[in-house]
Design a protein around this ligand. Structure first.
Ligand code: FE2
Ligand code: FE2
Length: 282
């Protein structure tokens, strides 16, 4: 038996700031045509979920249009991010978590597929100190322990690290303390891969026996001249699970546009400062 999972990430959807809905529409059409067993969105589903609940509502309505089973974990542009992250503009808090859950029901999942156990977590809780964080560690420990002989894969928004497993806290990756705890836990349970988003680029490396896979975005790219082993193009990942095996490929659908927002975001440093662009204007 074979199961297909499409991983999509960093869709940054909004009806009032509809900069990236064109690529999402292409993805919806492709997913509907392909009929995968599951779609997983690894966060930044919405444009500005922490401030605008309507962006979460819109993202959820768009997810429902997929017409196939889907799961989603939130990103920093959905629920905010941990308070001790340097310069957190939108700290994750209970109200923001409640808004996400109002639409997406939960911010984590366990899904057994073929000989695999796929676990999704809310990476923005890691290092937050919120009661929900400890609750999630317990959930993760139990989900890993009770996997029995199943192979394990983890889905989360931010990568464990961007350059180095010992790197300092930054807005690019999981904070150092929870990163170490998570790495040890995954190692102890022989996890096979961690699939993340957030960096808007595709990369595939192995670290200490665990495959680290960065899912590209469908929204906008951040071009970079040096070769750092990343593909900075819009796309999504097609995962194929076959028994205890897995492989994935980077998919770049015809009809996707590589929006380069660098020139617009350089001054403000963030997409959420972009002016309105209503959906109707598309
Ligand atoms: Fe993003
Ligand atoms: Fe993000």
């Amino acid at each position: 038996m074979t199961s297909v999972v499409l991983q999509v990430s960093d869709t940054h959807l909004s009806a009032t700031h509809a900069y990236f809905t064109d690529n999402w529409q292409v993805f919806v059409d492709e997913a509907r045509a392909l009929g995968p067993d599951l779609v997983i969105n690894t966060g930044d589903f919405s444009f500005n979920g922490p401030a605008v609940v309507e962006d979460l509502a819109f993202s959820h309505a768009e997810a429902e249009r997929l017409g196939v089973p889907y799961l989603a974990v939130p990103g920093n542009h959905d629920v905010g991010e941990p308070g001790d992250n340097p310069r957190p503009k939108q700290p994750v808090n209970d109200a923001r978590l409640a808004n996400w859950k109002r639409y997406f029901r939960d911010d984590r999942f366990v899904r057994d597929i073929e000989s695999w156990r796929l676990i999704g977590i809310n990476g923005e809780l890691l290092g937050s100190g919120l009661p929900a964080e400890e609750d999630q560690w317990t959930f993760l420990e139990i989900s890993l322990r009770e996997a029995n002989d199943r192979s394990l894969g983890l889905f989360t928004h931010k990568p464990l690290f961007a350059k180095d497993p010992d790197e300092a806290a930054s807005k690019w990756s999981t904070l150092p303390e929870p990163r170490a705890r998570l790495l040890k836990l995954l190692k102890d349970h022989n996890a096979r891969f961690v699939a993340s988003g957030h960096l808007h680029r595709y990369r595939y490396i192995s670290h200490d026996g665990i495959d680290l896979v960065w899912c590209p975005t469908t929204a906008f790219i951040t071009p970079f001249q040096k070769d750092d082993g990343c593909i900075r193009r819009v796309g999504y990942l097609k995962w194929v699970f076959e028994g205890a095996d897995v492989h994935h490929k980077f998919v770049e659908p015809e009809g996707f546009t590589n929006h380069d927002m660098n020139w617009k975001t350089k001054k403000s440093g963030t997409t959420i400062a972009l002016p309105e662009k209503p959906l109707a204007a598309q």
